[in-house]
Design a protein around this ligand. Structure first.
Ligand code: NDP
Ligand code: MG
Length: 390
């Protein structure tokens, strides 16, 4: 692959995806360079990463950490910035070839819009951006000729299955789900599960928020929404199937009935690297799948009574407009409250449902509407949490 080294802006370099992306970059110095690194508030790790990768730029969202970052990097030629605006500007830099959006939650929306408007190639991990504003992002991508390559393992799998296929040949997308740590629990048992139980994902090691989303299956609901916007397939043709081994990352069924799947050990470095090299593939030393160690692949139907969030995600998609934005905002608030043990596991879904029923519905939202909806839904969810007496 005789190509120029790609300059990568890693937004969210201190997180689970961000640190794995840096491992991919470090393993392939001839192909990638970490041009810019950004973080939320973990200034010490960002400093360490800057010393190791010597990016051109570094930015931290938390402005109170600016001075520490600046002073610690004084001896290096790294340009240092702080605040969400600086991160958004990094996403649109001319010299950046690929923007990896690996920050968590709603914070990803603004820089992703900047990257899209600059016509960038976006390796998208931050699924919340598409949950909140998928329609707007797609419209902007068309207008500014930006392209999005999925990093989420299921969507990377589907993307790989679709490569080389004609348009209009897809019958359905089959998203696999591990089922999370509570797959075999009864609904009554879910009432008393703790954050530390929910944080123990059986197959993947991820950031706290997405790990809770996986335990509650909100993550899979978000992925249904993400798939709709990435692949232009309606929710009625996106099926979720529980596959506890997490080896089949997802599948596509075509109109002749044929099904293609992408398989591999659960390791996010593979979809991250593929998003960087697409349509090429680079040699890796990642562990290879040994079928002898996986004599059984099993499949189950998700239980919508137990995992109501999945049903809410389909409902939000069906309603359209700003409903998925409400879903996301309420979810961010309840996940934070659950992690602080302010509410129980099942109360998360109750609050999400009431927030969606109470927030102001807008049929055709623009960017400012999303900002308002996000704020309103957060306020409503916070008030509902205050009223709970856990
Ligand atoms: P982490 O919580 O591990 O990392 C989040 C990153 O975002 C950190 O670098 C954090 O900085 C940064 N960040 C947090 N808040 C802000 C903010 N307000 N402004 C700017 N940056 C911020 O999350 P993950 O890496 O697990 O997930 C990142 C995204 O990727 C999520 O959208 C998730 O859904 C998606 N994803 C993750 C997968 C995984 O395996 N982890 C798999 C598929 C998708 P700091 O730590 O410095 O505060
Ligand atoms: Mg996923």
């Amino acid at each position: 692959m005789a190509t120029k080294r790609k300059n990568i802006a890693v937004l969210g370099s201190t997180g689970s995806i961000g640190t794995q992306a840096l491992e991919v970059i470090e393993a392939n110095p001839g192909y990638f360079s970490a041009y810019a690194l950004t973080a939320g508030s973990n200034v010490e790790l960002l400093i360490e990463q800057c010393r190791r990768f010597e990016p051109e730029m570094a930015a931290i969202a938390d402005e109170s950490k600016y001075r520490r970052l600046k002073e610690a990097l004084e001896d290096l030629p790294v340009k240092v910035f702080a605040g969400p605006e600086a991160i958004a500007q990094i996403a649109e830099l001319e010299v950046v070839d690929i923007v990896l959006t690996a920050m968590v939650g709603y914070s990803g929306l603004k820089p992703t819009i900047h990257a899209v408007k600059a016509g960038k190639t976006i390796a998208l991990a931050n699924k919340e951006t598409l949950v909140v504003a998928g329609e707007l992002i797609n419209e902007l991508c068309r207008q500014y000729q930006a392209s999005i390559i999925p990093v989420d393992s299921e969507h990377s799998a589907i993307f790989q299955c679709l490569t080389g296929e004609g348009s209009d040949t897809v019958e359905q997308l089959i998203l696999t789900a591990s089922g999370g740590p509570f797959r075999t629990y009864r609904r009554e048992e879910l009432e008393y599960v703790t954050p530390s139980q929910a944080l123990k994902h059986p197959n993947w090691d991820m950031g706290a928020k997405i790990t809770i989303d996986s335990a509650s299956m909100m993550n899979k609901g978000f992925e249904v929404i993400e798939a709709k916007w990435l692949f232009g397939v309606d929710a009625s043709r996106i099926q979720v199937v529980v596959h506890p081994q997490s080896i089949i990352h997802s599948m596509v069924q075509f109109r002749d009935g044929s099904i293609k799947a992408q398989l591999g050990l659960p390791d996010m470095k593979l979809p991250i690297q593929y998003a960087f090299t697409y349509p090429d593939r680079l040699l890796t030393n990642f562990h290879r799948l040994d079928f002898n160690l996986y004599p059984q692949f099993t499949f189950e139907k998700p239980d919508p009574e137990k995992f109501r969030n999945l049903a809410y995600a389909y409902y939000a998609l069906e309603q359209g407009g700003n409903m998925p934005c409400m879903l996301n905002a309420a979810n961010e608030i309840v996940v934070a409250a659950f992690l602080k043990e302010k509410i129980g596991f099942l109360q998360m879904s109750d609050i999400i449902e009431t927030t969606m029923a109470t927030s102001t519905f807008i049929h055709h939202p623009g960017y400012d509407d999303y900002v308002r909806t996000d704020a309103e839904a957060r306020r409503i969810a916070e008030e509902l949490i205050k009223k709970t007496d856990k």
